[in-house]
Design a protein around this ligand. Structure first.
Ligand code: SF4
Length: 317
């Protein structure tokens, strides 16, 4: 058993954890002891060696969680942190997403990041402008941490037609408005072709923060998890309750699942109106970004044709 004394700070824990990891010491063989402020290290424990340079790479999300857990009052937090770190390096790099894992649950409880969702941030009886202002401060799930800003819906409160996409993309995240990137250009083109004026529409997303992974200088879109969709749902509910659209259009599978449920099969069930509790006429079609993902021009033209066909129905509704 190795006893490790640290000052109760993330930095001290990190330095000690690096050394332990480097020496291959498993969590079960470590006893963590906190020194009080200004206290000398015990003579019974080995002086902490300088941490080795380099070392294992771990997801940034873990470091964020660890920093938050480090300020908790629970004395077992250092052990929990090291256990998660050890398992991330030796067992499972996707451990942070293992929602049922007991150690992960303890870590999230320590860091007070249970993903309670957006509900507590939604002001009751608010106008659209007030909802937008409140959503800018939402921390209902982890996605706010790395995105630039909340991208709330845009359009008049009396819009008859509401479009719901998946989540903001790279350009939307930077500009703070939905559908302004390359997918937005496809969207504008198809709207013009079917004769719908964007200024009369309300356009929003099922998830209001951009989810991505960094690859070099690029930020690659990641599909939101069901837990993130659920966390963000109160914003969409509030938007739809206020606008009460006559026609609701889901763009892509994520939006369709948020509105019609997880059983909805986009390519099979798209292009047909059905009543939902939000709108008498609710329909799903392709997300404009699906057109851009077509392998070649022929496929892109075919996908665009599907989107055009479905939005002709919307324009005529
Ligand atoms: S994605 Fe939605 S729930 Fe999560 S922080 Fe952003 S606004 Fe809040």
């Amino acid at each position: 058993m190795r006893t490790v004394e640290i000052a109760p700070s993330f930095e001290d824990w990190q330095a000690a954890a690096r050394t332990l990891l480097h020496d291959g010491v498993p969590p079960a063989e470590v006893r963590w002891r906190e020194t009080a402020h200004g206290e000398q290290r015990s003579l019974l424990t080995e002086p902490a060696p300088p941490p080795p340079s380099g070392g294992a790479r771990v997801p940034r999300k873990f470091l964020d969680l660890a920093r938050e857990a480090a300020v908790a009052a629970d004395p077992t937090r250092w052990q929990v942190l090291y256990e998660v770190l050890w398992r991330l390096v030796h067992e499972n790099r996707d451990l942070l997403d293992a929602e049922g894992d007991p150690t992960m649950r303890r870590l999230k409880a320590l860091s007070k990041r249970e993903g309670e969702g957006a509900a507590e941030f939604v002001p009751p009886g608010a106008s659209l402008a007030e909802l937008r202002a409140a959503a800018a401060k939402c921390t209902g799930c982890d996605l706010y941490r790395h995105a630039t800003q909340t991208v709330f819906g845009l359009g008049p409160a009396d819009a008859r037609i509401v479009f719901v996409g998946e989540q903001p993309g790279d350009q939307e995240d930077r500009k703070g408005a939905p559908f302004v990137g390359p997918a937005g250009e496809v969207f504008d083109r198809v709207l013009a072709e079917v004769g719908l004026a964007r200024t009369r529409l309300y356009v929003t997303n099922a998830v209001k923060h951009f989810k991505f992974v960094e690859k070099g200088k690029r930020r690659i879109h990641q599909t939101p998890r069901m837990s993130e969709l659920t966390a963000c749902r109160p914003w969409l509910e509030a938007e739809l309750a206020l606008i009460k659209p006559g026609v609701l259009v889901c763009l892509g599978a994520t939006a369709a699942h948020a509105v019609f449920g997880a059983d909805f099969r986009l390519m099979k069930d798209r292009g047909r109106f059905a009543p939902t509790r939000w709108a008498d006429k609710t329909i799903a079609t392709l997300h404009p970004s699906a057109v851009l993902r077509g392998e070649d021009e022929t496929q892109q033209a075919r996908l665009y044709g599907i989107l055009l066909e479905d939005l002709r129905l919307v324009a005529g509704a």
